[in-house]
Design a protein around this ligand. Structure first.
Ligand code: AMP
Ligand code: MG
Length: 395
């Protein structure tokens, strides 16, 4: 429902160097063969394979070296029978030659000769033009998120500029009379607003740009002012706190007043009181205030929305099957996301919970690279038992 209700953003042109983490908004084709020409995969000698027949270290074949060819240079000398061209990795195969003898299989001979110590078959250590990608073939499809390998592939096909989806502008509004900024003094009963920073990091990691970060006390008029402003300046609004059933939980009623609530409460743990709605067509995620609940709800609901808005096709984290390292208590009813460190051990994945799983304990997130997902109809898990593990990677 969320993915259907969020808007798709337009595209913009970007220098390739600024593309990391963005979503490609065009199909990209190879402008030429990759590699563009037949070239040597080794440092050695370009030869005619038939000239090396029967060569061994006891019985080397002597060839006359007629030229040297570093990478980036093209020799015009033709290799004819009885001759060789000294060649470096990446240099074009000279005319006439059909194999490379690695330098390790040669010995330096007298008066410009080289000894071939091993037979080479035709095509040995030759990288063919187009063997990686053929000219005109699709290299990357629209909707792919650009990582380091995509950066390299785009450079290889000459894309100095790329068309990417616009980065969603995210407004973060944290609520809570108890909150103070990281730079402020803590008074009695006050706590630091940590969610604005974890959400900032999560939003940036999802390819968004953050257009506004504001904090408000649990106060109707100020919350209303900030949400109105957020809807005017941003593509998507994230609030933190004030969405539960407490007397000062004002996000839902403000959302209902300024726009519409599409749903409230999800049967997950942590993160149950999540609210979702719209103000002036802008999606609003009302995340719970508990620091872990806020992060989990972001991972499960906001991140897919942000990726989908950018046209990215793959919006969920991968799931694997793993073995849990300790007993886990679970009461059926809600789907639980247990923060864990998951590693490959011997035959498979082993997922170790990161200690106490209270939704206020942000330390359970530190170092975690995964969630053990306990389904809503499941009971306790035993150490050594199988579970579904969502691999988020360390964030
Ligand atoms: P709430 O969802 O507003 O009922 O808040 C639930 C718990 O999360 C309370 O203990 C709050 O103090 C805490 N909390 C709410 N907002 C934040 C925030 N921005 N940073 C850290 N903790 C918060
Ligand atoms: Mg609150």
């Amino acid at each position: 429902m969320i993915l259907e209700s969020v808007p798709r953003l337009g595209a913009e042109l970007l220098a390739l160097r600024d593309g990391l983490g963005r979503a490609l908004a065009e199909d990209v084709y190879a402008d030429q063969d990759l590699p563009p020409f037949d070239n040597s995969a080794m440092d050695g000698y370009a030869v005619i394979a038939a000239d090396t027949t029967g060569a061994t270290s006891e019985n080397p074949r002597a060839l006359r070296c007629i030229a040297e060819e570093p990478a980036g240079v093209t020799v015009t000398e033709r290799v004819i029978t009885g001759t060789a061209v000294k060649i470096m990795t990446g240099a074009p195969i000279p005319p006439g030659a059909d194999a490379i003898v690695p330098v390790e299989d040669t010995s330096a001979g007298a008066d410009g000769r080289v000894g071939i110590l091993r037979e080479a078959v035709s095509g040995a250590h030759v990288r063919r033009a187009g063997e990686d990608v053929k000219r005109g073939r699709i290299v990357l499809m629209s909707g792919v998120r650009i990582g380091p390998a995509e950066m390299g592939a785009l450079a290889a096909v000459g894309k100095a500029e790329i068309t990417v989806s616009k980065a969603p502008a995210v407004a973060i509004v944290t609520t809570g009379t108890e909150l103070v900024d990281v730079s402020e003094r803590l008074g009695p009963g006050r706590i630091r607003d940590s969610n604005s920073y974890s959400l900032l990091g999560q939003a940036l990691n999802a390819g968004a740009r953050v257009s506004m970060v504001e904090r408000t006390a649990d106060e109707r008029s100020e919350l209303e002012r900030l949400l109105t402003l957020a809807a005017q300046t941003s593509d998507i609004i994230i609030t933190s706190g004030g969405v539960s059933v407490g007397d000062y939980d004002l996000v839902k009623e403000t959302l209902a007043k300024l726009g519409e609530i599409l749903f409230w409460k999800v049967a997950i743990k942590p993160g149950k009181p999540l609210a979702y709605g719209r103000i002036d067509g802008k999606p609003l995620f009302g995340l719970p205030g508990n620091p872990v609940s806020s992060m989990v709800a972001f991972d499960l609901f906001v991140r897919p929305a942000l990726l989908h808005m950018q046209g990215i096709s793959d919006v969920t984290y991968p799931r694997v099957s793993g073995v849990v390292s300790e007993d886990l208590r679970h009461k059926p009813g809600r789907r639980e996301y247990v923060r864990a460190v998951t590693v490959w051990q011997g035959e498979g994945y082993v997922a170790a919970p990161t200690g106490d799983q209270g939704s206020g304990r942000l330390s359970s997130m530190l170092g975690a690279n995964s969630y053990i997902v306990i389904s809503e109809d499941q009971g306790d898990l035993r150490a050594g038992g199988k579970a579904s593990v969502m691999l988020t990677g360390r964030r």
